[in-house]
Ligand binder design. Structure first.
Ligand SMILES: NC(=O)c1ccc[n+]([C@@H]2O[C@H](COP(=O)([O-])OP(=O)(O)OC[C@H]3O[C@@H](n4cnc5c(N)ncnc54)[C@H](O)[C@@H]3O)[C@@H](O)[C@H]2O)c1
Length: 420
């Protein structure tokens, strides 16, 4: 490990590779680069400290550069022990960012690094999964008076924040960046769809065509992944608990059934529910010899990995990010230790997708600075104009033009008198 006064990273000599990767990401993150240019002029974050717990990827580094261009001081750590790109954390350290992150962190280091970000005394927190907010509220609540607000990146984090509101535990305003259209309808759908397939492919190199792929959870991520698996020629089976989502899956042309039935049919199982133990040992016992399991939900609880380890007669790592377990004489393969496979075994979402997600983060930070002291202590949605502006910026960056409503159409859409 390489350490310095403001960093702890795997190998600082990877910095030049990291910088090339970050520059490559910038090339594909047009909307965010537009925001960065404006921030360079306007400096909205002068005197503001931003503490982040996000996947430390090349795209996140572009967000860090954007916030620093706006005058912020930034401290960052990962939000998952397996998702850090070591060359990127080295590059950030080299650029003078406070960064503590390496791929394969121990649980102890994971929480020590969160504590480092907290001791940086951030005025704004950016979370992906709500661990930073939880640590601040449970162990460092004396810092809350100097925190303006926080921003949350993912569905699991929003679920936790809403539970905090219900328990009257939340003590500062939180922007639900995940709930921007330009986040959950693009990132969770197109991003998770494609990168989950990429992660499984890199971990296993199995053929998707002809396989029975069981997708557990038909929310934004599950819909995106099902679409991509179908596109590769897989037979998709959806497992759901929500009747409306189950019906959507039926009408999208997939088979829908309970896990107890799907367990016997699947060649590949992918969990994307944000829930706990959706694949349990009772299901694993029913699976075919050679079945592959992967999770792309935020935490490594969706597949009961602990139960699998206890039940297996033996296990071994057969290649990076793929473990073999022997269960009742059959082989089961687990990708990326049950952690989100797209970031553990691949590189997460493509830069184009993260351009809009991270515009949401950058503009949410600007919004909270402008509205300091005027936001309710709750989970807040960004105004729709900001969300629409993100789409416009990304369309412009892609050089795609769209129509405008005519004056006649505007009048028609806001009136009721005109009928047949
Ligand atoms: N891998 C990534 O890069 C990435 C990106 C975005 C979101 N996520 C994470 O993926 C997870 C899903 O996110 P989303 O936005 O699709 O959420 P969502 O709320 O839109 O969908 C989740 C779905 O899972 C279903 N579900 C819940 N419990 C279930 C159970 N026991 N069995 C079957 N279905 C069940 C729900 O009914 C819902 O339809 C979250 O943990 C989120 O944080 C991961």
């Amino acid at each position: 490990m390489d350490t310095g006064p403001h960093y702890e990273v795997r190998d600082k000599s990877l910095a030049s590779q990291g910088k090339m990767n970050i520059e490559f990401a910038e090339q594909h993150m047009g909307a965010l680069m537009t925001v960065k240019k404006r921030f360079e002029q306007e400096k909205p974050f002068t005197g503001v400290r931003i503490g982040m717990a996000l996947h430390v990827t090349k795209e996140t580094a572009v967000l860090v550069r954007t916030l620093r261009a706006g005058g912020a001081e930034v401290a960052i750590t990962g939000c998952n022990p397996l998702s850090t790109q070591d060359d990127v954390s080295a590059a950030l350290a080299d650029e003078g960012v406070h960064v503590w992150a390496y791929k394969g962190e121990t649980t102890e280091d994971y929480y020590r690094y969160l504590a480092n970000v907290i001791s940086f005394r951030p005025n704004i927190t950016i979370d992906d999964g709500c661990d930073l907010v939880t640590e601040i509220h449970t162990k460092h609540s004396h810092l809350i008076p100097t925190i303006i607000a926080g921003c949350e990146e993912t569905t699991t984090g929003i679920i936790r924040l809403k539970a905090m509101v219900k328990d009257h535990a939340l003590k500062y305003p939180m922007i639900a960046v995940n709930d921007n259209k330009t986040k959950h309808l693009l990132d969770n759908y197109y991003g998770t769809g494609e990168s989950t397939l990429d992660g499984i492919k890199r971990a296993t190199n199995i053929l998707f065509a002809g396989k029975h792929v069981v997708v557990v959870g038909y929310g934004s991520c599950g819909k995106g992944f099902s679409l991509r698996a179908k596109g590769q020629g897989s037979h998709v089976i959806v497992v759901e608990v929500d009747p409306f989502r189950a019906l959507q899956a039926v009408y999208d042309g997939y088979q829908v059934m309970p896990m107890s039935e799907a367990a016997k049919l699947g060649d590949l199982f992918v969990t994307v529910t944000g829930n706990k133990h959706v694949i349990r040992t009772e299901h694993m016992k029913m699976m075919k010899d050679g079945a592959v399991l992967a999770n792309s939900g935020h935490f490594d609880l969706e597949i009961d990995v602990k139960g699998l380890k206890q039940m297996a007669s033996s296990s071994r790592r057969i290649r990076p990010f793929l473990d073999e377990y022997i269960v009742q004489g059959k082989k089961l393969f687990l990708c990326g230790e049950g952690r989100l496979v797209n970031l553990a075994a691949a590189e997460g979402h493509s830069s184009e997708v993260m351009a809009t997600s991270f515009c949401g983060q950058a503009l949410a930070c600007e919004y909270v600075v402008k509205n300091k002291g005027r936001m309710p202590v709750s989970v807040i949605q960004l105004p729709e104009e900001i969300d629409d502006m993100i789409s416009r910026m990304q369309l412009k960056a892609l050089d795609i033009h769209i129509d405008q409503l005519t004056e006649e159409q505007k009048k028609y859409m806001s009136s009721w008198q005109e009928g047949t």
